[in-house]
Write a protein that binds this ligand. Structure first.
Ligand code: PMP
Length: 355
């Protein structure tokens, strides 16, 4: 009874990481200050877990609007992680023969979720330097008339921002929705959030995961109320638990702590990039996110990935996932001593074997 398109998929794999320096999942490496942790636990004490959560998460919404600078005219839908919102957007428009389109390589869940929903997926190859192929993208949008276009901005796993002018052209041309996925917003100054009132078919997707709350599972989708009224119908009634709502509200009331951590991550990113660029055999791609993509000498990615693992450091091997990512590895920016340990281990692995 299992549909062939499901049988053909591979489940999203998360490797075990216990005891490792974990630089594979774009998490914020900094724990909460102890004083914040105590104040948070006090907020949890009166929570009544015998009752269902507030299905519309009213108290959280206003804090999120402010924290994410959502324009007053835009509506919000909240999800159990932005993954769930990707699923809800796709379910809203899914029908046989309709397509979802995204430049590739990109976040794999756009493709996976489209296929699970029985839709076609159209991947438009990025240029060799991972910039947007504007002409190919616009041509594909005219040809496919996709129900949704997903643009990760900055893109995962490449780390770069696509050209904003090309995105505006796409917004004018696309017959359906254009979702700008700003999962990595804490690490860049670029955003389409303030552009929401100008584009009726634009939705901006955000998450609190990369800011430092990956364990919570909370994403938000902002945009045209008419569209979001429809998307909200696909939401399961109590998709955000009470602990999630109370914790997110508390954390965002202390957003300055997380913003400071994001600032530290940005500074560490440029140090890490400098360290990687000092290793002559690597190609290092520019990043506006909290990770860096780099290309190893031909045929070395799997060995280096495994060597780092033996040294207790977990990063992401992208070799084999798609042809343009051949020999590529992706490292998440960690704490300075984690980044230093990673660079030292990588440098040792890149040394030519002694004869
Ligand atoms: N969008 C992009 C571009 C991502 O890279 C990720 C996670 N890696 C997500 C969305 C999903 O994030 P979450 O479900 O944690 O909100």
């Amino acid at each position: 009874m299992v549909r062939p398109e499901i049988q053909a998929l591979t489940a999203y794999h998360v490797p075990p990481a216990s005891g490792m320096i974990k630089l594979d999942a774009m998490e914020n490496p900094w724990p909460w200050p102890e004083s914040l942790r105590e104040a948070w636990l006090e907020q949890l004490r009166p929570v009544e877990l015998n009752r269902y959560p507030d299905p519309s998460a009213q108290a959280l919404r206003s804090v999120l609007r402010e924290a994410m600078s959502v324009p007053d005219s835009a509506e919000l839908v909240l999800g159990n992680g932005s993954d769930e919102l990707i699923q809800m957007i796709i379910q809203t428009v899914a029908a046989p023969g309709r397509s979802v389109l995204a430049p590739e390589p990109t976040f794999v869940m756009y493709r996976q979720t489209a296929l699970v929903a029985g839709m076609k997926f159209c991947g438009v190859p990025l240029r060799e330097d991972f910039t947007l192929d504007r002409a190919a993208l616009l041509e594909a949008v005219e040809r496919e008339a996709p129900a949704v276009v997903f643009l990760a901005y900055p893109n995962n796993p490449t780390g770069n921002l696509f050209d904003a002018g090309a995105i505006r052209e796409l917004l004018a041309l696309a017959p359906g929705l254009v979702v700008v996925d700003e999962a990595y917003a804490p690490f860049t100054d670029a955003s389409f959030m303030s552009g929401l009132p100008d584009h009726g078919n634009l939705l901006v997707l955000r998450t609190v995961s990369k800011l430092g709350l990956a364990g919570l599972r909370l994403g938000l989708l902002a945009g045209n109320p008419a569209w979001l009224e429809q998307v909200d119908k696909t939401r399961l009634p109590y998709n955000l638990g009470t602990l999630n709502q109370v914790t997110a509200r508390f954390a965002l009331q202390h957003k300055a702590v997380f913003d400071a951590q994001a600032g530290q991550i940005r500074a560490a990113r440029s140090e890490l990039a400098t360290g990687l660029r000092a290793l002559p055999s690597l190609t290092v791609y520019p990043s506006e996110a909290n990770f860096i993509l780099f290309r190893t000498p031909a045929g070395r990615a799997a060995g280096i990935h495994e060597g780092l693992k033996q040294a207790g450091i977990l990063i992401r091997n992208l070799h084999g996932s798609a042809a343009p990512l051949q020999d590529c590895l992706r490292v998440t920016v960690g704490q300075p001593q984690e980044n230093a340990a990673f660079l030292a281990a990588l440098e040792a692995l890149l040394q030519p074997a002694e004869s």
